[in-house]
Design a protein around this ligand. Structure first.
Ligand code: SF4
Length: 192
């Protein structure tokens, strides 16, 4: 399934791939999700666009599926251009590792195309992050996520750092402080 609706938003599912393997990831618990998001193969841009003929029917278009949307950064840029032409708000839910994936700072290229970005942090330090999220890039991933968030503050109007409430109340508060220091909003997502 490439697109799915939740309330007034249209969600786009671009890939199963992710550079993390979080213990709480919905990919490991597909039974809890009402949509079948597993992609037998990744859709090409034309197939995605065919699902996006009328984005103006929605309040927001959100890049969020089974995997990390910025694994398909080039397609995200093309899709955002199309959606912004229709005057619709865009949001990306990301693990924040795109600059590692693409080996360069991609954030300036999101300027004017992405209205809101939600970055999963989920840990108060690199050691905890490695245990919980099992990143391909190891501890470097955690520091890259923080740098990515700082870059997003410069170029994207709304930046959120999120955690899932599988971590302790103390850890949540440390993450809240990290988000405040960066200048981002902070959200706690409920693990279901
Ligand atoms: S970052 Fe998101 S998509 Fe990737 S493994 Fe973790 S929860 Fe799943």
């Amino acid at each position: 399934m490439i697109t799915y609706e939740i309330n007034d938003a249209l969600y786009i599912n671009l890939t199963n791939r992710c550079t993390n393997n979080c213990s709480f990831c919905v990919r490991n618990h597909p039974e809890v999700f009402e949509f079948d998001l597993w992609l037998v193969r990744e859709p090409i841009l034309e197939e995605i666009m065919a699902d996006l003929e009328t984005p103006e029917l929605y309040d927001e278009v959100v890049f969020c599926g089974y995997g990390e949307p910025l694994e398909r950064f080039k397609e995200v840029i093309e899709i955002c251009r199309h959606i912004k032409q229709k005057g619709v708000k865009t949001r990306i839910n990301t693990n924040g590792q795109a600059n590692l994936i693409w080996n360069r700072n991609i954030v300036p290229e999101l300027c004017g195309l992405v209205d809101s970005i939600s970055i999963s942090l989920n840990a108060k330090n690199a050691e905890d992050y490695v245990k919980l999220c099992k990143p391909e890039y190891g501890a470097a991933a955690y520091f890259s996520v923080l740098d990515f968030a700082r870059e997003c503050i410069k170029f994207i109007p709304e930046v959120w750092i999120t955690v899932v409430d599988v971590i302790s109340a103390y850890d949540i508060e440390v993450c809240r402080s990290i988000a405040e220091d960066i200048g981002a909003g902070f959200r706690v997502r409920h693990y279901c």
